[in-house]
Design a protein around this ligand. Structure first.
Ligand code: FAD
Length: 303
């Protein structure tokens, strides 16, 4: 199998998640070529063929132009799969490429399974495995689902150009609203998941965070239910954090949550289900009722 991997730059910098594409391909045992709209001063540590278009002339985002560049590389490489990150770049560009190639698109892939691709469904509560029936397949991979793989070496660069016609103009990025809490800087985060049961229990989790000199985090359902402000949300649609200590209270460990916290130095999960997926990334899994365990722990810490 051959893959064409579409890496990304953001505000002039190569995104580290570009290397997740390489581990996706490695798991498939696939040959790779990569395409980047980037600059020669910042190339990935990757010793394969790299189609490089100049970011200064092609822009950080220009869907018509970038699609042309990708189709040009597809002609040259004849890949079976064209693989994007499931980012705002990938989810806008991938369907344009799929439509042009009349190829199936499989979005938000979280694992490679038995010749198929595993994706979330039912609002990520369940998973299903799908197979493409077209000769070529366009894929987007979920952030954090595949580890970063830096093979090292220098790429064999082949420059690409395309004319800069297009109906859209990239204007720039708008900084996110200023947050009342900066979880990215916190050394300790204690996160409330849906398993805490109700809004009235949030102060119990907050008390442990305070006792440890840390911040309160939250999973998405806790935020969606209005129990905690969105500025505390950890995950793909919240903040990405890497504290020294992360305590997940009543959090199941959905891929979108893990993507935001699995780089924490030490992870403690408190869950009444010993098989909860959070156990796969936790250093310690405490199998207990969170509302019994957390107050007892807070009392010990406070002593
Ligand atoms: C596009 C998209 C983006 C998303 N972005 C995010 C994101 O940024 N962040 C995020 O968190 N989620 C995100 N999600 C949602 C994600 O898929 C999960 O639904 C969510 O993370 C689940 O939250 P949870 O673990 O708190 O709840 P649940 O999955 O309901 O898990 C609750 C856990 O609590 C345990 N539990 C229950 N009662 C107790 C008790 N008394 N004591 C101990 N344990 C108990 C259960 O065993 C279970 O493991 C996103 C989903 C989609 C589709």
């Amino acid at each position: 199998m051959k893959t064409l991997l579409i890496g990304e730059y953001r505000e002039g910098k190569l995104l580290e998640s570009t290397y997740e594409l390489l581990s996706f391909a490695a798991q498939l045992n696939a040959d790779t070529a990569m395409l980047l709209v980037g600059s020669e001063s910042q190339l990935p540590a990757y010793a394969g063929t790299l189609y490089l278009a100049d970011i200064a002339t092609c822009g950080e985002y220009n869907p018509d132009l970038h699609k042309k560049l990708i189709l040009d590389a597809v002609q040259k490489e004849n890949p079976d799969c064209i693989v994007f990150l499931h980012s705002s770049y990938g989810w806008d560009l991938a369907p344009r490429v799929a439509a042009a190639l009349k190829a199936a698109q499989i979005s938000e892939v979280i694992a490679n399974l038995d010749g198929g691709f595993e994706v979330g469904c039912c609002n990520a509560k369940m998973r299903r495995t799908v197979k493409s029936t077209t000769a070529r397949t366009v894929i987007t991979i979920q952030a954090g689902a595949f580890p970063v793989l830096q093979p090292g070496g220098s790429p064999a660069v082949q420059k690409l150009t395309a004319d800069s016609s297009g109906n859209l103009e990239f204007i720039g990025y708008e900084p996110a609203e200023k947050k009342d809490v900066d979880l990215a800087k916190a050394e300790v985060i204690v996160t409330a998941g849906r398993g805490i049961g109700k809004k009235d229990n949030v102060p119990v989790i907050q008390a442990l965070a305070r006792a440890l000199g840390g911040e309160l985090g939250a999973s998405r359902p806790v935020v969606d239910a209005g129990w905690v402000e969105h500025s505390h949300q950890v995950g793909t649609t919240g903040q990405t954090v890497s504290p020294k200590l992360y305590i997940a209270c009543g959090v199941s460990g959905a891929i979108q949550h893990l993507a935001g916290m699995k780089k924490s130095d030490f992870i403690i999960a408190i869950n009444k289900d010993k098989d909860a997926p959070i156990g796969e990334v936790a250093d310690v899994l405490v199998v207990a009722d969170v509302m019994q365990f957390v107050p007892a722990l807070t009392a010990k810490v406070a002593k």
